[in-house]
Design a protein around this ligand. Structure first.
Ligand SMILES: [Zn+2]
Length: 373
């Protein structure tokens, strides 16, 4: 097609047209932009190229408008060759205007790219915040629930576990552990939590707490401890798992928050059983690292409040670390409580924030308890 006969479909705005607007066939000829309208009488409009004022717009942002300086007449087309033809026929007169418009289009698409990126980042941020808000909401929900739910789950979990032969509560080892728990109890974060000690005859150097405050201590741990304070350290840590309600947190994480809330507020029969199973698993494997750190720091606080040096807790970690190779069963508590070097450091640093106090040695006979085992 000859350049001079090139035509573009578009339209015209002019007050003389009914409705102010009409579709048109546009050509460029002898220095003029000519629009042949398709309405009654088929009036023809024209604008000299050297008077044309260009603008971009329309829904696509790519409609090229050519206006007379008084703004009365506008001829427009979306044809992508329209600008090219104008540039060519204007003998370079419209080149500057066209380039300015092209730059504006480019910067618009850059801006659009920026907004797409920015909104993607905003979405990611909202999801990220939402995740933590949900964790926080789960924690807040758990904090508002009655302790009786922890107790139910804990009891069920223990009943379904084969922990082994339990020592009589009158046994010196049971009495020793009970005395330590009694000394720590007044300083527990949940004052009305009923802690119950169960000493089990087992060579494993291990102890764990169930939701609701039942604490299982294996005789291996009592045998290996070199002071009653070290046992107090482990007990304070385990009691803290119970008062910080880490069991319920594991349950809510495993079941999902919605199911967890159902469990906590609704008919709890079947779900308690499921919760007990999950609690049991998380006890036998390990709590999250965050939960372990929380239990260490809260345990150190309890020990300090009970005038027992929190160093005893760190000391016990050190002892287990040393004995790791010597006694195979020492591995039990260590395997569920990794990163002991970091934890010893954390406890030491945390202790610096406590007010000065005079620690008192526990008036308990560890040797006698050990000999009775
Ligand atoms: Zn722990």
């Amino acid at each position: 097609m000859n350049q001079h006969n090139q035509s573009f479909s578009g339209g015209v705005f002019h007050p003389s047209i009914p409705g102010g607007r009409a579709g048109a066939e546009i050509t460029i000829n002898r220095g003029e932009i000519i629009a042949y309208t398709q309405c009654d009488g088929q009036p023809v409009f024209s604008i000299p190229i050297n008077q044309c004022q260009l603008d971009l717009g329309g829904a696509s942002g790519r409609m090229l408008f050519c206006r007379t300086p008084d703004g009365q007449l506008t001829i427009f087309s979306e044809d992508k060759h329209f600008a090219q033809a104008l540039d060519l026929h204007s003998g370079g007169l419209l080149g500057n205007q066209i380039n300015t418009l092209k730059r504006a289009v480019r910067s618009e698409s850059k801006k659009l790219g920026f907004w797409i990126l920015a909104s993607s980042l905003a979405c990611a941020l909202i999801l990220f915040i939402g995740y933590f808000a949900m964790l926080w909401a789960a924690k807040a929900t758990i904090a508002s629930l009655p302790i009786s739910i922890d107790e139910k789950i804990g009891k069920l979990a223990l009943d379904s576990m084969d922990v082994g032969k339990r020592l009589d509560s009158a046994h010196p080892a049971s009495k020793l552990v009970q005395s330590i728990v009694d000394k720590l109890q007044p300083h527990a974060a949940i004052p009305n939590m009923k802690f119950k000690v169960i000493v089990v005859e087992d060579p494993q150097v291990n102890a764990f707490a169930l939701p609701g405050g039942q604490i299982v201590v294996f005789t291996g741990l009592i045998r290996e401890a070199t002071s009653a304070e070290q046992i107090a350290g482990v007990l304070a840590h385990e009691m803290s798992h119970a008062t910080l309600r880490h069991g319920l947190q594991s349950v809510s994480q495993s079941l999902g928050i919605v199911a967890a809330i159902q469990l906590f507020v609704g008919d709890i029969g079947g779900l308690v059983a499921l919760g007990a199973q999950i609690a049991q698993q998380s006890i036998l494997t390990s709590y999250s690292r965050t939960s372990e750190t929380e239990a260490d720091l809260e345990g150190a606080r309890m020990l300090h409040a009970a005038k027992i040096d929190p160093q005893a807790m760190a000391e016990f970690f050190g002892l287990l670390k040393e004995k790791e190779g010597d006694i195979p069963d020492a591995i039990a508590w260590i395997s569920t409580h990794p990163q002991h070097s970091t934890r010893i450091e954390n406890i030491k640093n945390h202790q610096k924030s406590f007010p000065a106090t005079q620690y008192e040695p526990l008036d308990l006979n560890l040797k006698e308890a050990q000999e009775a085992l």
